[in-house]
Every structure is written in C-alpha cells, then in structure tokens.
Design a protein around this ligand. Sequence first.
Ligand SMILES: Cc1ncc(COP(=O)(O)O)c(C=O)c1O
Length: 378
Amino acid sequence: MRIADFALERYFARWEFAVEHVACASDVEGWSMAELLELADDETRAMWAGLRLGYTESPGHPLLRREIAALYETLEADDVLVFAGAEEAIFCLFTTQVREGDHVIVTWPGYQSLYEVARAAGAKVSLHALREEDGWSLDVDRLIASCRPETRMVVVNAPHQPTGMLPSVGEWRRLASACAEAGIRLVADEVYRFLEHDGAETLPAGADLDARFISIGVMSKSFAMAGLRIGWLASRDRAVLDACARLKDYTTICSAAPSEVLALIGLRARERVLERSRSIVAANLAVLDEFFERRSDVFGWVRPRGGSTAFPRLVPEGPAGASADRFCARLVESTGVLLLPSSTFGFGDSHVRLGLGRVDLPAALNAIEQGKADIGPS
Ligand SMILES: Cc1ncc(COP(=O)(O)O)c(C=O)c1O
C-alpha cells in the first residue's frame, strides 16, 4: 500500500515535544491517572486492582462496548468495535469499505486520514471545501449536489476540526435523509461530539440515523484521554464491523488492557468528564474572544460552533504577514509557542489552527504578544 505522508503528524513529530506551549493541539488537557482512578466505581476499581496484562478480547471488553453503545440511541454492545484510537478505526474502515473507482466525498480542510486512506484504497476523492465566507458552515445543498451515481460514501466530521463547523440538527437530518435515499453511506467522524459551544445542540449520531451509517468515536478529544488510544466504530451494519475486525487481526489484534479499564472508568463518569472538558474550552473561548477583538490587526476570527479547535486567518497586511508558514516558523523559534499552519491541511497559506483544550492557552497567547514574537503588543 502506498500512502502520502500525514502532513500534520510530520509537523507534530518535529515540534510537539520540543516546545513550551502547544497552542494548536486538538485534544483536551489529559486527565491524570490519580484523578481518573478517583472516579472509579466499586466494579471498575476491582477490575483495575486485579487486572492481568494478558491479551484482551479483540472486539473490545464487553463492558466497555456496552458503555460506548450507551452513547447512542439505537445501538447495543455488538454494534461497537474498539480500536487503538480513531486513527486505527479510520484505517480499517476505509481500507475494507472502499474499492477502486468508488467516489468518496470528504469535508475539507480536515483530518487527512479521512481522505488519504480512501485514496490509498483506490477511491476517487472529492474534497468538499468549507468556506470561511460562509462562516465555515456546512452547505448541505452543495454537498448533496456533488454526489454522483458512483458515490459510495459521504464523510463529514462534525463538530469539525479545524474550523469548529457544526450543522444544525435540521441540516444534519436533511443530509442524512439525502444519503439514505441515494444509498450512500454516511460516515460521521464524531470525535468532538459533546463539545458543542454556546447552546448549540449535540447532533444525533450518524449511526442512529440509518442502519448503514457509521459513527467514529474516541476517548482522545471530548473525553480528554488521548493517551489511552481507545477509539471505536459504531454501526448497526455488522458486516462492516466484521470486515474491520478481520483487518484488525493484522493491525493491533486487541486493545491495551489497562486502557480498556481506564476508558470504562472515564465513560461511566462521563458527565463529570465532559463537564471538565467543556469548562476548559469555554474558558479558553472567552479569552480568545477578547484576544481576537483586541488583535483584529493580526487575525480574522470566525468563532467555532463546536469542538476543541479554531481556524483563524492572518490579516495579510497585518504585522504577522501574509504567510502562515513563515509566521508559525518565526513564532515557534522566538517564543516556543506552536501553531499549526494551514499548509499542513493542504489548505493554502493564510490560516492557523488553534487548540481550545489546553489550560496553558492564555499563557501561550501572552507569550505571543509579550515575548519576542513579531506581532508586538497591541
Ligand atoms: C477529525 C479527527 N478524526 C480522528 C482523529 C484521530 O483521533 P486519535 O488520534 O485519537 O486516533 C482526529 C485527531 O486529531 C481528528 O481530528
């Protein structure tokens, strides 16, 4: 299999663990083990204390699958297949479900594996561009109009990384109905689900809207436990899960035993876990609103509707200059603050990704303004 480099991961490989502030992370500040274990109930505490480090059940621990299924309206444990992160789930899904010549539509800019694995599997991929001039909203009519007779999948990530796009429930249902009527499988990357801002509604999960649709979930983002590397596919289409399970035999075989128990603890305490994530993101959004109002000379700001990232634009004639690549390079060298230039999404050279989930974001913004960065104080 030949697959293009994952540009964002290559950028992170160079910088992520070498800088003082990762101001562009898409995950939420991770839980400490001590804090997480305090959330355990009697059953999970005993599971943790008595855990043996053998192989685990390949589809995922039955209790974990049951807890994941409870995030959906219509699913049961057997409708869930656990993977090493959403990344492995995406790899197995597109590798098994896409054939040479299939047409696949994917929202863009976006997480590269959602289209790169499909391309590597032989699909003709159309990138469905979200437009800043539309407030990064999902143009459902344009998306439906771009479907062809050979379109096999429509892939939508919402809440969306990096823009924070989130359709209304009505728009989402309209897209789902159009896909179902045309026999197109909707793949919903919902790794930022439950991180809706300012009263925006949580969308019905893709897997709940039609028996052929697929939801992708993970512990990394809304649940703030990226280090567990626990993700999943959820769907009532058991044939898809079965095909993915057969490929998983060649990737990881089964999940890490400690991660399964810790994920179970986190999901059973999900209200508390999500509340923590939402309050970190809300506090950062409030700081950013004020920052962008003050620094409209440097950045154009479309406020995200959900998720833990945003995608501000550089004002070309502003002090940061017109090139996001050059700005990010100067910034990281002079202040130790890492931003992610839009070129890592193959999406021009004018935008940067910001992360909303890390508690040091205010310090990073301060370093950008007060340090030796070239945008200077306002
Ligand atoms: C939209 C989207 N899907 C999937 C993933 C993969 O999640 P994980 O790295 O936890 O496997 C990411 C990670 O950034 C993402 O942004």
